[in-house]
Design a protein around this ligand. Structure first.
Ligand code: ATP
Ligand code: MG
Length: 283
């Protein structure tokens, strides 16, 4: 049995649940408790506050966890980063009131900076040889300058909308973050094996993201041109149609290129183009 800690509610919850469910690990929502057992795979899901996940994994209360890299960097617990998951992307940045002139990182000497990430910030200031006062606050960091609690903030930014709303501007991007899968150091052999199976599934899910399966019919003499347009994984599958002189071609394409490929294929005489979603890709 492998115990996986995920965020109980918040920005990472939905995508964590979705990733596990795409990997064949589902929990009926009616059965959702603090700790829930999956019906189809030997894992248990432990729902926690994101702040508590690095510690739970370092202690072995959970074997693995899905959490923002920002929390791992701040908490400094001894865990291993097993995999980057590509969602929950954000950065932790220094921001100052919009009207201030920013002259470089030396600006922060003697300033008061409010943050929920004092460890990451003091590490940065130390590296940059900045002497500043760090005020740790738990929430609503972005209002600290306007109420006079601080001169600047160090907080999570994704689109930057919250900063603009609060009359602030981002001046230093210090730490880039995304959701990561962390693991306890020294997992027992049995858990290690379940984790390898889980990783195999996660990689298959990731590989199929943004990919589509495309089928189309075209005259045989156009096959070389179509193959040049659609190189496929190894080479595209080509099957003869009942109608003489025509073939059906099957290929995996990237969603980003899909429309331009369709236009090129239509231009050379392809017909009956079907695009299907691709669920898993096992190599
Ligand atoms: P919890 O109740 O679990 O402690 P929280 O309020 O601390 O939740 P959320 O706001 O749900 O945390 O954010 C969880 C994680 O989502 C962050 O630690 C970060 O890794 C990521 N994230 C991505 N974009 C943003 C954003 N714009 N603001 C805040 N967090 C973001
Ligand atoms: Mg939190």
């Amino acid at each position: 049995m492998l115990r996986i800690a995920i965020q109980a509610k918040g920005r990472l919850n939905e995508e964590s649940v979705e990733l596990l469910s795409d990997a064949g690990i589902s929990i009926e929502s009616s059965k959702r408790k603090l700790l829930a057992r999956s019906e189809d795979f030997p894992v248990e899901i432990l729902y926690l506050r994101d702040d508590d996940i690095p510690q739970a994994v370092s202690m072995g209360v959970a074997d693995v966890g899905i959490v923002g890299y920002n929390e791992v960097a701040e908490k400094e617990f001894d865990v291993e980063i097993a995999h980057k998951l590509g969602f929950g992307k954000c950065r932790i940045s220094l921001a100052i009131p919009k009207a201030e002139e920013y002259t470089g990182v030396a600006y922060f000497n003697g300033k008061r900076v409010a943050t929920s990430y004092p460890v990451v910030l003091s590490r940065f200031f130390k590296e940059q040889k900045i002497e500043a006062e760090i005020h740790e606050i738990a929430g609503s960091v972005e209002i600290a300058p306007s109420v006079g609690m601080a001169d600047a903030i160090f907080d999570i930014v994704s689109s930057g909308g919250t900063l603009v709303t609060n009359g602030l501007k981002e001046v230093e991007k210090v730490l880039f973050s995304e959701a990561v899968l962390i693991r306890h150091k020294g997992l027992a052999e049995e858990k290690q094996q379940i984790l390898s199976q889980l990783m195999f599934r996660i990689e298959a899910v990731e590989r199929s993201r943004g990919l589509k399966y495309m089928l189309l019919n075209l005259p045989d003499e156009k096959l070389p041109e179509a193959i040049a347009i659609l190189p496929g994984m190894k080479s595209p599958t080509v099957l003869p149609l009942a109608q003489k002189g025509w073939s059906s071609m099957h290929v995996v394409v990237n969603e980003r290129e899909m429309w331009s490929k369709i236009e090129q294929l239509k231009a050379i005489g392809a017909e009956d183009i079907l695009v299907l979603s691709l669920e898993k890709m096992i190599l």
